[in-house]
Ligand binder design. Structure first.
Ligand code: AMP
Ligand code: ZN
Ligand code: ZN
Length: 340
């Protein structure tokens, strides 16, 4: 798409009402939005031997389950323990320890699992059929439902790192699940912000979104858009049309429908931005939710491409500078044609 078709814009500060953050939109930092691409392709694939490949199962930490459940060497998805977990399933959960200076610590109890999304090394999530992407989502749902049985687990983060600068150390397509005994502050801030919107308007902030020119595409049960105050250039959100606080409430039909839209968004992003490094994050609600959160909290998927690094200004202020206006990013992504 020609940038000449995009309107001329001046800098603007936008409030992200979901996360209660400010984003600075600065078109001068990228004069031609459609030229903004990843400098190097995210999967150079210099790994010689990979434990996530079929046939290397013995090199992995123990398996939790596989899909299909009764498969042998014809498995499609494996959910395994992380060999180097950030938190430990072996520890008991101890209450807060508070030292003299008011510092708080709890035991590092939790679960850190890996979802191997395909048995084949070179297959990306976006290469899978929609139904298979749906199966990957259903594997995360199943694992979340298992972890729900632990009373001390408060929050579960499902995330995917793709490309080294997005945090990936393995190039074989995978995602991760970390179950924590606390609710992380960014999550609490989002819940509080959504609840505040509900108090002020009587509406859920995501049910209330009117995407208009921010819309990229839609499916039977989901919409995909560039958020009004996107933190990252070409950031994408996929939101269930129907109000739902928890990702694990998704059923099979919706997961497969989501699989199709997610695949399409990943393909458009990859084609437009030259297979950029990215994070895919499932933002859900804590388990032992205060019931008053239910009408105001709504789960969604965030896809965050990494086209530039995080600098000192962002670390110091928590305000990100995004060179591409969401309306322009949405138009460019809408216009990317994926051939079947
Ligand atoms: P990432 O670093 O985002 O690419 O995620 C890959 C994850 O796989 C890391 O958290 C590693 O600790 C984990 N990992 C690496 N090798 C193995 C293995 N052989 N079995 C299980 N997990 C592994
Ligand atoms: Zn592999
Ligand atoms: Zn809602």
């Amino acid at each position: 798409m020609a940038d000449a078709e995009l309107p001329k814009r001046s800098p603007e500060l936008r409030k992200d009402k979901i996360n209660n953050k400010w984003v600075i939109f600065s078109p001068a930092r990228s004069r031609r939005p459609s030229d903004l691409k990843a400098k190097s392709n995210a999967n150079p694939n210099n790994q010689t031997s990979c434990p996530f490949c079929a046939g290397h199962e013995h090199e992995c930490a123990p398996e939790i389950f596989r899909v299909p459940a009764n498969s042998t060497n014809d498995w499609k998805i494996r959910v395994i323990q992380n060999l180097y977990p950030a938190v430990s399933r072996e520890l008991g959960f101890e209450n807060n320890r508070v030292s003299g200076q008011g510092d708080v610590a709890v035991s590092g109890f939790g679960f850190h699992d890996v979802v191997i999304e395909s048995p084949v090394h070179h297959v990306n999530l976006s290469d899978l059929e929609p139904v298979q992407v749906g199966e990957v989502l259903l594997a995360s749902k199943k694992r979340i439902e298992q972890l729900r049985d632990f009373d001390s687990i408060k929050y579960i983060q499902v995330f995917k790192n793709h490309g080294a600068s997005a945090g990936a150390s393995m190039s074989h397509s995978h995602s991760q699940i970390i179950a924590l005994p606390i609710v992380p502050p960014t999550v609490s801030a989002r819940l509080d912000s959504m609840t505040e919107y509900y108090k002020q308007t009587g509406k859920c902030s995501l049910c209330d979104i009117q995407p208009n020119e921010l819309l990229i595409d839609e499916s039977a049960h989901f919409i995909s858009l560039v958020p009004f105050a996107a933190t990252f250039a070409f950031e994408i959100w996929i939101i269930p049309r129907e109000h739902s606080s928890h990702f694990h409430e998704i059923d099979r039909e919706k997961a497969i429908d989501l699989g199709g839209l997610l695949k399409l968004m990943l393909l458009k992003m990859s084609l437009q931005l030259n297979n950029p490094p990215f994070n895919l994050l499932i933002h859900t609600s804590p388990f032992q939710d205060d019931p008053s959160y239910a009408p105001s909290t709504h789960w969604f998927i965030q896809i965050a491409p990494h086209l530039s690094g995080v600098g000192g200004f962002e670390i110091a202020t928590g305000c990100y500078i995004n060179p591409v206006f969401p309306e322009d990013a949405a138009k460019i992504l809408r216009d990317v044609r994926i051939s079947n």
